[in-house]
Design a protein around this ligand. Structure first.
Ligand code: KG4
Ligand code: ZN
Length: 344
């Protein structure tokens, strides 16, 4: 079955065609980052309007890229939530209407389930059950994944998500959105050990996270440097390095704890922050010691994209799930409430 995937939950229009037999056929993305940069963050109304402009041209682009005819498409998957309601509405209306017009089924996909399953698009995919660290701009969660829709939340951030912390720390250092890649790039020039940032909630048991204290620590460090007249490019790089190391250490420690607690031997990382190189390296080293294996997707499939929506939608469609004709985005939608797919 060929599935058209439509992702419009935030500031990226992602469109893809996935074939359950042949894999990913085409993938196209339009990022609105430069438009939102003038405002220092995503402006929801501008995001929705831009999705309206991009969605059809991108669908035509993936059709051209793949050489697939509209009539070859067997189903449409769109992001139903969580996300910005207006942005979600564009993808949901487009996806639902196209499926109706083409006489094929539609499925509304959970954005984080899309992220979670994206590493399965790669060669040597993980097999259920596995442990997953979901790290994006809105979520930081450790999840035991026993199958599609069989999700047990083991821990999550009590305040800011890891990606959000990267974005806020980046803004304090005068870097553009998205902050993750910007901090990471700057941190390469930084000196380890000049600043020592806390590793929040690592000194107590449990698998929850908290990143808002790290944000405050960054703010105080920046203020002190500015007062002392030491806020040049090298100082900023040193702060970026210390911040990134603190996030990476914290995530790695919690993943190790979760692996031990669940006795799992496979760790999947997904979501925008899973593109972070130092995080991948630290987790690789950790899983090797734990005799476990790490799985992640190529960077373009870690951040928002249409391929993950087409893939996750396809799995649910193959299990017989369908969307009704109603268009009902779910801006807030806990992943644990998703309908389980029966394991064969
Ligand atoms: O998954 P995603 O594309 O969108 C959401 O669902 O939120 O994640 C976006 C987040 C942003 O906070 C961005 O700063 C972060 O992922 N990010 C990174 C990297 N690339 C993206 N964080 C750290 N290192 C990166 N290389
Ligand atoms: Zn995302």
């Amino acid at each position: 079955m060929i599935v058209l995937g439509i992702e419009t939950s935030c500031d990226e229009t992602g469109i893809a065609l996935y074939d359950s037999g042949r894999g990913l056929l085409a993938d196209a993305l339009y990022s609105q980052i430069s438009m939102h940069n003038d405002y220092g963050g995503v402006v929801p109304e501008l995001a929705s309007r831009d999705h309206v402009r991009r969605v059809i041209p991108l669908i035509l682009k993936v059709l051209r890229q793949s050489g697939i005819e509209k009539s070859d498409i067997g189903a449409v998957a769109f992001t139903k939530g969580p996300g910005l309601v207006g942005a979600l509405m564009v993808g949901a209306c487009t996806g639902r209407a196209l499926a109706w017009a083409w006489g094929v089924p539609a499925i509304g996909v959970h954005h984080m389930e899309g992220h979670l399953l994206a590493p399965m698009l790669e060669e040597n995919p993980p097999a259920f059950p596995f442990l997953a660290l979901l790290v994006s701009g809105g979520h930081t969660q450790l999840v035991q994944v026993d199958g599609i829709g069989h999700y047990a939340l083991l821990g999550e951030s009590l305040d800011d998500a890891a990606g959000e912390a990267f974005d806020k720390a980046a803004a304090m250092l005068g870097l553009n959105y998205p902050g993750g890649p910007a901090i990471s790039k700057l941190a390469v020039q930084g000196v380890t050990g000049r600043f020592r940032f806390p590793r929040p909630m690592t000194d107590r048991p449990g698998l929850d996270f908290s990143f808002s204290g790290l944000k405050t620590f960054t703010l105080n460090t920046v203020a002190r440097c500015q007062q002392e007249g030491c806020f040049n490019d090298q100082d900023k790089a040193d702060i970026a390095r210390a911040f990134e190391e603190a996030v990476v250490d914290t995530l790695t420690l919690k993943c190790r704890r979760a692996l031990r607690q669940t006795n799992m031997k496979q760790l999947v990382i997904a979501g925008g922050v899973s593109a972070n190189q130092p995080l991948r390296q630290a987790l690789e080293a950790m899983v090797t010691k734990e005799q476990a294996t790490l799985y992640y997707a190529r960077p373009a499939l870690c951040t928002d994209n249409g391929a993950m929506i087409a893939f996750a939608g396809c799995q649910r469609l193959l299990a017989g799930q369908r969307e009704t004709l109603a268009v009902a985005p779910e801006p807030r939608w806990p992943m644990e409430t998703l309908e389980p797919v029966n394991r064969s």
